[in-house]
Design a binder for this molecule. Structure first.
Ligand code: PMP
Length: 403
């Protein structure tokens, strides 16, 4: 039984009043609130276990290095990977740029193709545009349905032996659509492509297993997974990581350096030049432990319940149009309400303590493809409750009278 009230108590920000209004936080897809255990862990490290990692031989340095590498192990187990297949980055954006710069720029050539969907975040679009410009490869975009659903026939139509990289979101940050990564990886591998999975949204909503899905690369950001900002993860299969040259160079990523020449450390160190965000990585390890302690079975049941409640309320609300109604979707709802400009809507909702995201959601071509220049979006986390949804609909109905 999901104890939502208990879970909400783990997140101090949810108990705050903002200008006398409760904190109705419906912007978890942008960034999640943090549980007390993550906040405490970060404080404890700074208070008692702080030093640089991988450098000193004194007790503090060894203690934080152990914590940092433990975090890598916790995250590896969480997604079914091996410890040395986990590279810490600043976030999903950096992970994708790392794959584009280190892997794609060094393997693609003119005539090759990169295949992405219409539903990609800029972080999984712009790096591929740059790779295409620099290598002469072609960037191809496969269509999704008007309701935001994945279209297998469109994907398979676009696949051919020229496609060397398929880069796909596992869950859209605008539409909530969940893409069948395992089936897509199978099809991509059949024609000889590698698959890069942007798991930024999906990692929060469903169990991720890189062995089972057989993806070649997968990335996500810590801050959406109830962890700190400034930390992200790149998973890549060990043999692929080993074949890749460094992305950045400097301290801690070398094997031997002379004035003339440098040899590089094996992965993952090869890709972690400079002082890493060790405290944030340890905080992310704590966040992963927290999510695992609740478990995806319960998280998924709770989310499905919220989604059907939200859908029921939507059906009762005149002039509310959800953009993205795929059968298989997570708790992310972009919407148009009676043509009210999202910025005006957000202003009024904020007055009621309701936080939503507005704009193009860093997926401008997708928002345009759905027929809009800007959309409002409400999104759920594991702490979202039915009373948050009630407050959202009450605020929407109030907003109607302003415009
Ligand atoms: N991909 C998706 C699907 C996202 O939702 C986001 C964040 N909005 C990103 C990539 C980029 O994540 P970050 O800004 O944390 O690097």
């Amino acid at each position: 039984m999901y104890k939502i009230e208990q879970i909400r108590k783990d997140f101090p920000a949810l108990a705050d009043n903002l200008d006398g209004k409760p904190n109705i936080y419906l912007d978890t897809a942008a960034s999640a609130q943090k549980p007390q255990c993550v906040i405490d862990k970060i404080c404890r490290i700074y208070e008692h276990t702080y030093a640089n990692v991988h450098r000193g031989t004194y007790a503090l340095a060894e203690a934080i290095t152990t914590e940092y590498e433990n975090a890598r192990q916790i995250i590896a187990s969480f997604i079914g990977a091996k410890q040395d297949e986990i590279v810490f980055t600043r976030g999903a954006t950096e992970s994708l740029n790392l794959v584009a710069s280190s892997y794609a720029l060094n393997t693609l050539k003119e005539g090759d193709e990169i295949l992405i969907s219409e539903a990609e975040h800029h972080a999984n679009l712009v790096p591929w545009q740059i790779v295409a410009q620099k290598t002469g490869a072609k960037l191809k975009i496969f269509k999704i349905a008007d309701d935001g659903s994945y279209l297998q026939e469109e994907f398979e139509k676009a696949l051919n032996p020229k496609v060397k990289i398929v880069a796909i979101t596992a869950m859209s940050n605008v539409l909530g659509t969940i893409f069948p990564v395992k089936e897509m990886a199978k099809a991509a591998h059949k024609t000889g492509a590698k698959i890069v999975v942007d798991a930024c949204q999906s990692i929060v909503h469903k169990k991720t297993d890189v062995m089972d899905s057989d993806c070649d690369f997968l990335c996500f950001s810590g801050h959406k997974l109830y962890g700190p900002t400034g930390i992200g993860v790149l998973y890549a299969k060990a043999d692929i990581l080993q074949s890749m040259p460094p992305y950045q160079t400097g301290g801690d990523m070398v094997d031997k350096v002379t004035y003339e020449k440098t040899t590089f450390a094996p992965p993952p160190a090869r890709f972690e030049a400079g002082t890493p965000a060790a405290v944030q990585a340890i905080g992310l390890g704590e966040a992963v432990k927290y999510v695992s302690s609740i478990g995806f079975d319960d998280i998924n049941t709770h989310e499905a319940d919220l989604i059907s409640y939200f859908n029921e309320k939507t059906a009762e609300t005149k002039d509310l149009k959800i953009i993205g109604t795929a059968q298989n979707k997570g708790g992310v709802f972009a919407f148009d309400f009676n043509g009210i400009h999202p910025q005006d809507l957000s202003f009024v909702l904020s007055h009621e303590g309701v936080a939503i995201r507005i704009g193009h959601h860093c997926a401008e071509p997708l928002v345009n493809r759905m027929g809009y220049t800007s959309l409002a979006r409400a999104s759920f986390g594991l702490y979202t409750s039915k009373s948050d949804i009630d407050a959202f609909f009450a605020a929407l109905n109030k907003a109607k009278h302003f415009f």
